[in-house]
Design a protein around this ligand. Structure first.
Ligand code: 6PG
Length: 261
């Protein structure tokens, strides 16, 4: 089976880290990203018999999740052999509308044949939710105590207008974490502020990371990242620049408005 993983790069002139894929509008962008998602799913299934994917919340990705669901071209995604992880979660009950997993369940999970044992919400209202999720990662990846971080096959990230990603906020404690895969963190400028999030050590060992940004509201943040990269990464002030895959790919998926084109 052949995989088309080489995304065409449009002439956007954006000096962002990794690859940049710009589509003329959001509809085309969701399509392009869904094709790439399918390719990574089929490749992982072919090579390892399982596809581990971590998905973000926020407001941007829902039309993309919906596209995966309704478009017959994506029916061959091996959902039965897929594990669904959550990149970060708000510390609210799972029936709260601000809960990312609640939205994920409604927009995708309820309609795909992934066994419930392979769907991994974060237990954010429990004591030590970070330790619980790390234990779940170890069990699902068959890792022993001292083994290194598990490698996700595909991670979908978003980016806030303050250039945060996951729940890695500017000047927040989680930015500096080097010895954990999951931590509790606070975002002073977001609601709810209390979060549980994947850390850079876990995110940066992924095989492929995709950052999805849509609309002119994100153009300023995109420009700021490109500006920052002229002098190198600064995760404390521009957290998305801490996404530096150690042995994987990073691709930005932007529509023309977000790219400022
Ligand atoms: C969250 C997300 C967060 C999100 C960005 C962008 O829980 O809010 O995981 O990292 O991706 O805040 O959010 P929007 O897509 O709403 O702009």
């Amino acid at each position: 089976m052949t995989y088309d993983l080489n995304e065409p790069a449009a002439g956007h002139g954006l000096d962002l880290p990794g690859e940049v894929h710009v589509a003329k509008d959001a509809e085309d962008l969701y399509d392009d990203l869904a094709l790439v998602f399918r390719s990574y799913a089929l490749k992982a299934d072919d090579e390892r018999g399982v596809f581990h994917v971590a998905l973000s919340g926020g407001t941007t990705p829902w039309p993309f999740y919906h596209r995966l669901l309704i478009d017959p071209r994506f029916r061959e995604i091996p959902w039965e052999r897929t594990h669904i992880w959550v990149v970060d979660e708000r510390r609210v009950p799972d029936d709260d509308d601000r809960n990312n997993f609640k939205s994920l369940r409604g927009s995708l999970l309820e309609d795909i044949p992934t066994p419930p044992s392979q769907v991994h919400p974060m237990m954010v209202m429990r004591d030590d939710p970070a330790g619980l999720y790390e234990a779940e990662l170890r069990a699902a990846f068959g890792l022993a105590g001292g083994d290194g971080p598990p490698r996700m096959d595909f991670v979908l990230l978003g980016m806030g207008r303050d250039c945060h990603t996951a729940s890695l906020f500017p000047h927040s404690d989680a930015i500096h974490v080097a010895d954990r895969w999951i931590v509790v963190n606070q975002g002073p400028n977001v609601t709810p502020p209390d979060r549980v999030t994947m850390t850079y050590p876990l995110l940066n060992v992924a095989r492929q990371l995709a950052v999805l940004c849509v609309g002119s509201k994100k153009a300023g943040a995109i420009k700021r990242v490109a500006e920052q990269m002229k002098s190198g990464p600064d995760p404390v002030n521009v957290p998305i620049t801490g996404i530096q895959p150690t042995d994987g790919g990073l691709t930005w998926y932007l529509d023309a408005d977000a790219a400022g084109a």
